[in-house]
Design a protein around this ligand. Structure first.
Ligand code: EPU
Length: 432
């Protein structure tokens, strides 16, 4: 495997127990949508607890490309949309970050037009946008596609009653942001219920929107004629919290994550307990500890919230590789989210994939190896596997991790992990 010039790698030396507390950052999948929602009102909205991660920086570029003025320092972001001129998200940005398509709803709602490069396939599978487009078309939008772009235009969107084919997170958010300025009362049934959508609803309401049912599968949105800028603090990142809890558990450590309500991780915490991890819940923190020798396998099936989050599936697979017994992991959300399994096998895991099922034969002792990160969550999972492995693990293509985890290795180091980022050249794992 050749080292790509200029690409940093993570070197993880396993075998250390992680111990201590880690403060979770603001949720990536909320912050990105709140940034976009600020397009709905002219003027400057202020977001706090925004994570400084690559995807947020890319969304900043998207907004600046549209003409917004964005300032971002020490977790506080100001998005001033007074001078927004453009309605186009170019291919270069959408291809770097799919969530750029979320500008469609707010731009059509406020400016009557949005033109966005089609996202195409990605490493989690095809990831269609048909539900987004069907909703916008039903709201009176004219949809056209040419030259690899999709364009939506409407003088003023009108309210709809829509039953979503699937509780898509992105479609729910796009249609919600379109409906807040539409004429009449929109009802979205079978809507997604993720905590990040509740966070978005809170922000929209503080901007002047009228929304009922946040957190339920039926959202009722009474359209208003205008919105105003607002201030909001991004909720904690439940996926980051889950990632660090598993990192502690696989090392036989004792890790507390703070700045997160346990109720957003209910099923995940139930599964951790079923494995044999001791979990202590407090109002705004969660602690996990345990002895890997006593862990046993469990079956896990990913589902939309409040089901088991697909974004924690890869990390869970590492824990199940160590826990004794056979576990079956079923991925129901994305078509292609077992891409990291071959890498995990290189570290000594025994996993057989059949369609959307992975059969994990646990109780393995992992050993360090060179692996590549196929996507964001898989990258985090492989780092966790490295922490549990004997010897040195070298992670390549770690830019995936930087998309969604703020200060990833620094937070691990603070818990006692032996992990460092190195540049090109022969790394400390050169013996591999
Ligand atoms: N889908 C359709 N048609 C649509 C929309 C979605 O068929 O119009 C399908 C997708 O192809 C996919 C499934 O529905 O198979 C789920 O997609 P969804 O729209 O719910 O997800 P998303 O909005 O694209 C967000 C997160 C993901 C997270 C999923 C599920 C953001 C920026 N991304 O994606 O986060 O896995 O919800 O919870 O919010 C990550 O953070 O690593 C990540 C991938």
């Amino acid at each position: 495997m050749a080292v790509v010039a200029g690409q940093p790698r993570l070197i993880v030396r396993g075998g250390r127990r992680l111990s201590g507390a880690v403060a979770v950052s603001g949720a990536k999948n909320s912050a990105l949508k709140l940034m976009v929602a600020s397009l709905l009102a002219p003027g400057a909205s202020v977001l706090r607890n925004v994570p400084d991660i690559q995807d947020v920086r890319t969304m900043q570029e998207v907004l600046e490309h549209l003409g917004a003025v964005v300032e971002f320092a020490d977790g506080t972001m100001t998005v001033d949309t007074a001078e927004v001129q453009s309605h186009v998200a170019p291919y270069e940005l959408v291809q770097r970050m799919r969530a750029s398509i979320q500008i469609m709803g707010p731009l059509v709602a406020r400016f009557g037009r949005a033109r966005v490069a089609m996202p195409g396939g990605c490493n989690l599978g095809p990831r269609k946008i048909d539900i987004h487009l069907r909703g916008l078309a039903d709201m009176g939008g004219t949809i056209r596609s040419d030259h690899g772009f999709v364009e939506v235009a409407a003088d003023r969107l009108r309210a709809i009653n829509m039953f979503l084919d699937y509780p898509s997170v992105g479609a729910t958010e796009n249609l919600l942001m379109a409906a807040v300025l539409a004429e009449g009362t929109t009802t979205l049934e079978n809507a997604a219920r993720e905590p990040e959508i509740v966070d978005l609803c809170k922000f929209l309401v503080s901007m002047g929107a009228d929304i009922e049912g946040a957190g339920s599968s039926t959202l009722r949105i009474n359209g208003v004629s205008e919105m105003h800028p607002a201030e909001h603090t991004v909720l904690g990142d439940r996926i980051e919290a889950g990632t660090f809890l598993i990192a502690g558990a696989v090392t036989g450590g004792d890790v507390e994550v703070t700045g997160i309500s346990p109720h957003v991780l209910e099923l995940f915490l139930f599964k951790l307990r079923s494995v044999g991890v001791q979990v202590q819940e407090n109002t705004r923190s969660i602690k996990a500890s345990g002895d890997p020798r006593s862990y046993g396998g469990v079956d896990v099936a990913t589902l939309p919230y409040p089901g088991f989050a697909t974004d924690l599936q890869a990390q869970m697979m590492v824990l199940l590789s160590i826990a004794k017994g056979v576990s079956v992991v079923t991925e129901n959300v994305f078509e292609n989210r077992f891409g990291f399994v071959d890498e995990l096998i290189r570290l000594g895991a025994e996993i057989r994939v059949d369609g959307n099922h992975a059969v994990v034969s646990g109780g393995r002792s992992l050993t360090g190896a060179i692996v590549r990160c196929p996507d964001l969550r898989a990258g985090a999972a492989l780092a966790i596997a490295g922490l549990a492995a004997e010897g040195c693990t070298e992670l390549r293509e770690v830019y995936h991790i930087d998309r969604g985890y703020e200060q990833f290795e620094q937070k691990l180091q603070a818990l006692g992990a032996d992990v460092e980022r190195v540049g090109v050249g022969s790394g400390p794992c050169s013996s591999l």
